[in-house]
Ligand binder design. Structure first.
Ligand code: HEC
Ligand code: HEC
Ligand code: HEC
Ligand code: HEC
Ligand code: HEC
Length: 154
């Protein structure tokens, strides 16, 4: 441990808007103390961070905010046993055959904000950080992480 991670300027702020089915707000939910891992619960242990199931929302929204029309959309999905069809924000084209993994980055103590920007100010997620092979490799090089093609590609 004690290794200092060198942050790189090419992780530039380039918002890309996604049109989401529910006006969920990261800012609002994080302001009352929820943590990233409360909802993206496998970001420290698995390849995928995970998107929370509507059942997780209902732990609170079965009782809270039931007069709010946006919360009512959440309740309607839950009642019809359908997941909320969130549009994906981050990701790579299938043909790039990229295999990203969250867990090794969590172990190396790289904060979510390094790769996703300041989500405490976000409503639904926007692509605040652009990831390319160049941005992956430049951090890997600076931190002696793998530069093997097979580490990142199938
Ligand atoms: C730990 C409890 C908790 C969880 C879990 C939770 N929420 Fe909320 N949510 C709240 C509270 C508290 C409010 C504020 C209610 C109010 O002001 O009436 C809120 C507000 C909202 C609103 C209303 C926003 C507005 O003001 O228009 C939406 C939409 C919403 N939540 C969606 C979700 C979704 C989707 C999930 C699951 C991914 C979720 N919430 C999970 C507690 C929670
Ligand atoms: C080193 C950069 C990096 C770090 C650190 C990082 N992410 Fe990601 N995250 C990505 C990339 C790249 C993707 C797209 C991966 C893909 O589609 O294969 C992604 C995807 C996601 C997704 C979409 C769903 C999924 O499972 O892929 C969520 C949610 C997410 N990250 C949350 C988080 C949270 C929460 C943290 C902190 C605990 C975090 N990320 C840390 C780079 C990162
Ligand atoms: C109450 C649950 C909740 C909490 C807490 C939460 N998120 Fe999310 N997050 C969601 C939901 C629901 C989505 C899907 C809608 C969207 O894209 O905004 C999402 C989407 C994302 C995405 C985009 C995933 C994709 O499609 O590629 C990222 C990145 C992300 N969250 C990061 C974070 C980070 C970082 C934190 C902590 C600072 C955090 N989230 C806290 C519920 C949550
Ligand atoms: C901010 C720095 C940083 C960025 C950006 C970053 N990584 Fe990493 N990555 C690391 C570090 C540090 C490790 C852990 C190395 C270790 O465990 O010794 C790592 C580990 C990995 C591993 C595991 C390698 C192995 O040998 O098991 C993969 C796969 C990976 N990164 C893919 C990516 C991809 C794909 C991207 C771009 C989307 C990316 N990384 C962006 C710092 C970064
Ligand atoms: C640290 C992770 C990482 C390593 C190591 C890596 N790549 Fe990549 N590579 C990526 C990411 C991420 C993309 C996707 C960029 C995008 O879609 O914008 C990519 C894209 C590509 C593409 C372009 C695919 C397309 O979309 O047209 C090729 C070709 C490629 N890589 C080959 C290689 C080769 C050959 C090596 C070994 C010398 C290598 N990569 C090592 C992360 C990595």
């Amino acid at each position: 441990m004690g290794r200092v991670l060198i942050l790189i300027p090419i992780l530039a702020a380039v918002p890309v808007l996604a049109d989401q089915p529910v006006a969920y707000s990261h800012k609002q939910h994080l302001a009352f103390g929820l943590q990233c891992l409360d909802c993206h619960s496998s970001a420290d242990t698995s390849a995928a961070a995970g998107i929370p199931s509507v059942r997780k929302c209902m732990l609170c929204h079965a009782k809270i905010g039931t007069a709010n029309p946006e919360v009512n959309k959440v309740i309607a999905y839950a009642n019809s046993q359908r997941e909320i069809p969130w549009q994906r924000v981050y990701g790579f084209p299938r043909e790039s055959l990229v295999r990203f993994q969250h867990a090794p980055h969590a172990r190396a103590k790289i904060g979510c904000a390094t790769c996703h920007g300041d989500m405490t100010q976000a409503t639904t997620a926007q692509r605040l950080v652009k990831h390319t092979m160049g941005s992956c490799l430049s951090c890997h090089r600076q931190n002696q992480a793998s530069e093997d093609c097979a580490a990142c590609h199938y």
